[in-house]
Design a protein around this ligand. Structure first.
Ligand code: ATP
Ligand code: MG
Length: 360
């Protein structure tokens, strides 16, 4: 069995640096490692509609934004299949059958869905489609027989749900589906990058993001107004590093060589942190350093994006070709699933002849 990747993003906004460190950067490395037989990257528009049903234009407009961010980060259509979820109707069929294998109480226990319901004030009126999106995610993953799903930590309960569905399906209908493994970022702070407001997660829906396509001046403004340690009022005060976004972002992005380029008083991030903890190091100095580090990381991405922006029809062509390829793969799995579930009436000659036998 080959090694296959499936992962993706909801087209609810441009992609941000949380996506980058949580999943996108890793995907590009995996793509270029040559270790994977197939890589499927999905723009999850159908899933985005589960909580944006009344705003189809938002989803439609953001397809191209996500695709541009993908290409700008180095996803290469020659190596990775980039496609749009809604174009693969097989995924809906799979979900319909998987729904029989999951209980309502199991879905209610999903901690990510619980948190998202609260965040969207859905408590008393959860759309059924939103409530069942973990099942649809299981369809996305299993349709491509994915072995590996590189995502951020918030997706852990979804992968667990998928694994349960696979085990249940295989035990009821025979070995058909592949149980996937989650691949989380190695760097702990990248598991769930906080927002610039200090909130637990940088998220398109919370408006606390630094986007990959952000202009230099906007990056600078966002960094300079970032949440730090609210008790670190004067430069001399001892400061807290834990829960201080500026340091969290440095943990995610800073490399030793950055000190030589932008902050020669220190050699390592630990030295900088120690000084901040002791007191005598102001927020502005640390923020200026973070700004330099982020500018260096984001500049090539922004420039590549601007190049791709010049030929938008090409981007849609990439997505159309990718969707065609993805559809073929999903159709093969659906056919296996229907056969296993014994709903393949017309291509089962044995069934037809045994029924004829009974009535002879
Ligand atoms: P939405 O608010 O619409 O749900 P989102 O910002 O949560 O958007 P998704 O499209 O849901 O983004 O997530 C896409 C991928 O990026 C997932 O693998 C998710 O785990 C990862 N991801 C999203 N936000 C972060 C973050 N702050 N830190 C690390 N990974 C993240
Ligand atoms: Mg999300």
């Amino acid at each position: 069995m080959g090694k296959i990747i499936l992962t993706g993003d909801r087209p609810t906004g441009k992609l941000h640096i949380g996506h980058y460190v949580g999943s996108l950067k890793r995907r590009v490395e995996l793509q270029n490692s040559g270790e994977y037989d197939k890589i499927f990257i999905m723009i999850a528009d159908a899933q985005a509609l589960t909580d944006n049903a009344d705003n189809p234009d938002k989803v439609r407009q953001n397809i191209i934004e996500v695709a541009l961010d993908y290409l700008a980060c180095g996803l290469d259509p020659a190596k990775s299949t980039l496609f749009i979820q809604s174009q693969i109707s097989e995924l809906c069929e799979l979900s319909f059958y998987y729904m029989n294998l999951v209980t309502v109480s199991r879905l209610q226990r999903n901690p990510t869905v619980k948190a998202e319901i609260q965040m969207r004030n859905f408590e008393n009126s959860i759309p059924v489609g939103f409530f069942t999106y973990p099942i649809s995610q299981a369809s996305d993953i299993t349709a491509f027989k994915a072995t590996t799903v590189p995502v951020g930590e918030d997706q852990e309960p979804m992968i667990e749900q998928t694994r349960e569905i696979v085990r249940k399906f295989n035990s009821v209908y025979g070995d058909t589906l592949v149980e996937p493994d989650i691949l989380l970022p190695d760097n702990k702070v990248c598991l769930r990058l906080p927002g610039t407001d200090g909130k637990a997660k940088m998220s398109k829906s919370l408006g606390n993001c630094i986007y990959l396509s952000e202009e230099p001046e906007d990056i600078r403004k966002k960094v300079m107004s970032m949440y730090t340690d609210p008790d670190h009022l004067k430069v001399e005060d001892p400061g807290k590093v834990e829960g201080n976004c500026v340091f969290t972002y440095l943990d995610a992005f800073c490399r030793p060589e950055h000190f030589g380029r932008y902050l020669t008083d220190y050699n390592t991030l630990d030295e900088l942190k120690d000084h901040y903890r002791r007191g005598g190091l102001g927020d502005v100095k640390v923020k200026k350093f973070l700004n330099a580090v982020l500018q260096e990381e984001l500049e090539p991405i922004r420039n590549r994006r601007k190049e791709f922006q010049k030929d938008i029809p090409y981007i849609y062509q990439v997505l159309q070709n990718g969707s065609r390829m993805a559809q073929e793969a999903a159709a093969a799995t659906l056919s296996d699933v229907k056969k296993a579930m014994k709903i393949n009436y017309f291509d089962d000659l044995e069934l037809i002849s045994s029924q004829s036998e009974r009535y002879r």
